[in-house]
Design a protein around this ligand. Structure first.
Ligand SMILES: *Cc1c(COP(=O)(O)O)cnc(C)c1O
Length: 373
């Protein structure tokens, strides 16, 4: 038997979460954000499961091509646009839509000698100060882009919210006002909302919403979890116990002896570590499920293993199922314990982890390999 460490991706959960976004933003079309290998869930499989989305959004052309290779014909938005002429041409051939966020990209498009009618999104910096043009230039640039030979009209507009996950932060209201002012006199479709905008800022829904983390069943808000937003977590990260050790009071466990047994007790060793994407900074007391019951991490996270306090679970034995996060143990809770955000944990699942797919409307788990074949 091989190492059991695996991530199970629930395709019906993905579809449910997409439907939940439709309920939350009923008048908007949905650009499903599947960048970073669909937040670590597997881009081809996720995009196929989310084929009811109106479009996909990714960070770069390579990610878009993975969606095309999966046979999907949806529009795909490149959120950072393209970086050179060769990419521009390949993006055009593959039906990608481009974000245009700086003068270099504008020049690329104006000089492009391509036959295709490229759909583009003019990105306005409404206050995040990451990508985009100043609001004062929106009107001129919109006209300039619209006149570019390679560009299909009308050019659409996009901006991104920096603090939408902080419900009482006034910055979002300011950004919405800035963007609305920039749009004065422009008749075009707009896109503003990320997941937090979809949940907390109905005024940001506009024509297209761009959910990412929501689709994976995770809340963008600190202190909340996916179930509280009506979502189903799509990933279950699991493994098994590969050893149960008896330790005596005063014995130190793991690297650096960072945790010392307070009494004679059992600990379980689970086959998962930072080499799989489990956070190395998860402290003592981070929850873990053993056979569905809560237990607690003790000692340092190693590359391949963690130790678990089994004092509450006298019957635990080698081979028992261990869940690190999933519907019964929100990844938000693990992220909080480890001083990070769920996005990072999901994106950080490594190549070594075996992925399998489950679809509650059809069969039990099957391997990704057979799913591809
Ligand atoms: C990643 C990203 C999103 C999705 O963000 P979530 O918080 O995961 O919903 C939306 N828009 C842009 C421009 C992004 O880069």
């Amino acid at each position: 038997m091989s190492r059991a460490t695996g991530a199970v991706i629930n395709l019906s959960a993905l579809r449910h979460n997409l439907q939940r976004v439709r309920e939350l933003a009923p008048r908007a079309r949905i650009m499903a954000v599947v960048k970073a290998n669909a937040y670590g869930h597997g881009i081809a499989q996720v995009a196929s499961a989310l084929s009811a989305a109106d479009a996909f959004a990714v960070a770069c052309l390579e990610e878009a091509l993975e969606i095309r290779h999966a046979g999907l014909v949806h529009p795909i938005v490149l959120l950072e646009g393209v970086f050179n002429v060769a990419e521009l041409e390949e993006a055009a051939r593959n039906g990608c839509e481009l974000v245009v966020h700086d003068a270099r990209q504008l020049a690329l498009l104006e000089d492009a000698r391509i036959q295709h009618n490229l759909s583009v999104w003019l990105k306005i910096n409404s206050g995040m100060h990451r990508l985009g043009f100043p609001p004062s230039q929106a009107r001129d640039l919109w006209e300039r882009l619209g006149n570019a030979h390679a560009v299909r009209n009308p050019v659409r507009l996009m901006t991104h919210l920096a603090s939408a996950d902080e419900i009482s932060n006034p910055r979002t209201r300011l950004q919405l006002g800035t963007f609305a002012a920039a749009m004065a006199g422009i008749q075009a479709e707009r896109s503003i909302a990320n997941s937090a905008g979809i949940l907390a800022w109905p005024d940001s829904h506009a024509d297209w919403v761009r959910p990412g983390i929501l689709l994976y069943g995770v809340s963008p808000f600190t202190g909340r979890n996916g179930a509280q937003e009506g979502l189903i977590p799509a990933m279950t990260m699991g493994t098994t116990l590969i050893s149960v050790q008896r330790v005596s009071k005063g014995e130190a466990v793991g690297y650096g002896g960072a945790w010392v047994a307070p009494e004679d007790m059992h600990i379980g060793i689970a086959a998962i570590g930072y080499g799989d994407g489990y956070p190395r900074h998860a402290p003592n007391g981070t929850p873990v499920l053993v056979n569905g019951a809560r237990a607690w991490l003790v000692g340092r996270v190693s590359m391949d293993m963690i130790a678990v306090d089994l004092r509450g679970l006298p019957h635990a034995q080698v081979g028992d199922a261990v869940v690190l996060w999933g519907p019964e143990l929100p990844v938000e809770e693990i992220a909080r314990a480890a001083g990070t955000i769920p996005y990072e944990l999901l994106c950080g699942v490594t190549q070594r982890v075996k992925f399998s797919l489950v679809d509650e409307s059809t069969t039990p788990a099957r391997s990704m390999a057979s799913a591809k074949g």
